[in-house]
Design a protein around this ligand. Structure first.
Ligand code: NAP
Length: 345
């Protein structure tokens, strides 16, 4: 049913109390609208505008009930609050929030949300430190609230298929190439260059979220080289070598770069022990085996995320995968530093 609701051309389903004022609203439509859960978006930046808001608008499970925005950005005619505390005071009927801020402020925002009785969806990367993420997991459990850590790149059929193939055929070697333009994907976002802003590991962690999902055995960071613009606090280029306890010692490495202006290169290439060449391309949405496309589906990562959130709410279950954050943290712990050219927007 995704994206196919017949009423969408008639009115905007994200509107505040969407059923109100509709003349001759069919009973099944009214029931459907009332059944959707109210969710508030905290932080109305690029990803909230590109994905969360439009995806929720066409979701059959959720409806945008409010936004929390330092800059006062709203969505249609839903209420806008400057702080989460104002939202929680004014709209006790809202029980869900999606936290779409930069990671540095997320721990405090999520704790406050849990204290206010919210179930919480978090953008990636979850927090700047593993300890903060561990704390949120424990706190949500203690307060009996649902915590959902999203990793959008994991929501691809090609990724699931690759995982099956690697479980069956093993890994001889693996290479991750994740290159994109910071100017295109994070225009003017100075937080990415501040401590805790992850630098090129902000997109790189997407690759690692696929890597940790598809790996048939544990992999660890063996070494890393981090290149920092001389005027910034986070890296613009990262090379990582992984190791494992596998007897045949598969060669595994990753390269992230943020100055690629020729277009996105978001690829994971694997040679299996059986001898096949498996390639995940376009951020995990395309799977090739020996050059032949086996899976190619339009990207519906955020649709998948909100379907998963609905499922978790139904099952009263949290879902937090800390593996990608641990790998990034390990790369920073083990990484050697090199200063490179200063970066200007
Ligand atoms: P962004 O455009 O900078 O938006 C973040 C928003 O959070 C800001 O616009 C601001 O919105 C709010 N905010 C609250 N506290 C803030 C603070 N202390 N500093 C800065 N902003 C603050 O960033 P984004 O690209 O949407 O990224 C947000 C998260 O989504 C990141 O964790 C990122 O990794 C993830 N993500 C981004 C992309 C992408 O394509 N850019 C893709 C997938 C995931 P208000 O003024 O409305 O409060």
């Amino acid at each position: 049913m995704r994206g196919s609701h017949c009423y969408q051309p008639i009115f905007h389903p994200g509107a505040w109390h969407p059923a109100a004022g509709i003349v001759n609203c069919p009973p099944d439509l009214e029931e459907f609208l009332v059944a959707r859960k109210k969710i508030a978006i905290i932080g109305v930046g690029k990803i909230a505008q590109d994905q969360h808001l439009p995806v929720i608008d066409k979701s059959e499970d959720f409806v945008v009930a409010a936004t929390v925005s330092l800059r006062g950005l709203g969505h249609d005619n839903v209420p806008v609050f400057r702080t989460p505390a104002e939202l929680y005071r004014a709209m006790p009927e809202v029980k869900l929030v999606a936290v779409c801020t930069p990671p540095g402020v997320r721990h405090a925002i999520v704790r406050e949300a849990i204290d206010a009785g919210m179930d919480v969806l978090m953008e990636k990367p979850p927090t700047p430190t593993v300890s903060e993420l561990d704390d949120l997991v424990a706190y949500a459990k203690k307060k009996k609230k649902i915590l959902f850590q999203t990793w959008h790149s994991q929501y691809n059929a090609a990724v699931d298929q690759a995982k099956k193939l690697l479980k069956r055929d093993g890994i001889k070697s693996l290479r991750i190439d994740w290159r994109e333009s910071v100017r295109k994907w994070h225009p003017g976002q100075d937080w990415v260059w501040e401590p805790g802003g992850f630098g090129v590991c902000d997109p790189g962690i997407n690759a690692l979220s696929i890597f940790s999902k598809i790996m048939p055995f544990p992999a660890f960071v063996e070494s890393a080289q981090l290149k920092f613009p001389s005027n910034k606090q986070t890296p613009v280029d990262v090379e990582i070598v992984f190791k494992s306890d596998e007897k045949h010692q598969p060669k595994m490495s990753a390269g992230f770069n943020w100055l690629e202006e020729s277009g996105e290169i978001w690829t994971i290439s694997v040679e299996t022990e059986k001898g096949d060449q498996i390639k995940l391309e376009k951020g995990g949405s395309v799977l090739r085996v020996n050059g032949v496309v086996k899976v190619e589906k339009p990207s519906e990562e955020y649709e998948g995320i909100y379907e998963r959130f609905a499922e978790l709410l139904k099952k009263n279950k949290s879902d937090v995968d800390a593996a990608p954050l641990r790998l990034v943290a390990d790369a920073f712990l083990l990484g050697s530093r090199e200063n490179v050219d200063a970066f200007e927007w």
